[in-house]
Design a protein around this ligand. Sequence first.
Ligand code: ZN
Length: 265
Amino acid sequence: MTDTMLKNPPDVADLAQSAIEAVRAKPAKAAAKPFTAQYGECETHGQYPLNMEDEHGQERWYPDGCPICRKQANAARLLAASNIPKRFVDCTFDNYDASTDEQQRVLRRCEGYAREFEKYRDAGACLLLCGRPGTGKNHLATAICRRLLADGYSVLRIKASQYLDAYWSKGFDERESWLHGMASVDLLMIDEIGRSSNAKSAQDAFFRLLDARYEAQLPSLLTTNLNREELIEVLGDATYDRLTQGGSVRLTFDWDSYRAKKAGA
Ligand SMILES: [Zn+2]
């Protein structure tokens, strides 16, 4: 305290008055600073919000720039990690050649799987695409993966033969963490499941992977040239059961190869 304050102590009535004024002033003070939306400008996507008001009336800021650019950068990063071969990267639902009713039906089901992926993922519901080579299974499988990547899901594509070679080449400890990684992505696509010369060992290898995903309740997308009986023979009953539970979808591409048609035309 200063000497002046001791000599002239503040009047209690004045203190009370300032306290009352301070209380009265409070709401006026809050109202004096209304929320003002501010916008940034992206060269490609135009205006985007820089701030927002949350449910408590607090102002929140988005520090990361254009949300569309951010989403695209994230999708590109996920695509780079997805192992989708370059020759399939341009496959979309829009450029799928669906001229027959059957082809349109398969296209709609695949589009639906991608569109409602959250539902399928939460149920761990798998998608099996079966049919002869060249019927467009890979095209639609890739289109699904592309859509999910754009929506921010993690996707990994592996070719069945590459998976088996890698599985057999790894030691026990290394194999565990490697399988764990593959068991954690939102969608695992296993491409071109076919017969293996080492049938029993292949069954074990597929079981380890698909059982880990089943335990994590995460879906897998399989493409194969095999029919149902052949696929059960290759994967084993236990694995096939896990693939076909809980709202899983199995689609048959039952028409001639696009490649053969084009070559013959
Ligand atoms: Zn942008």
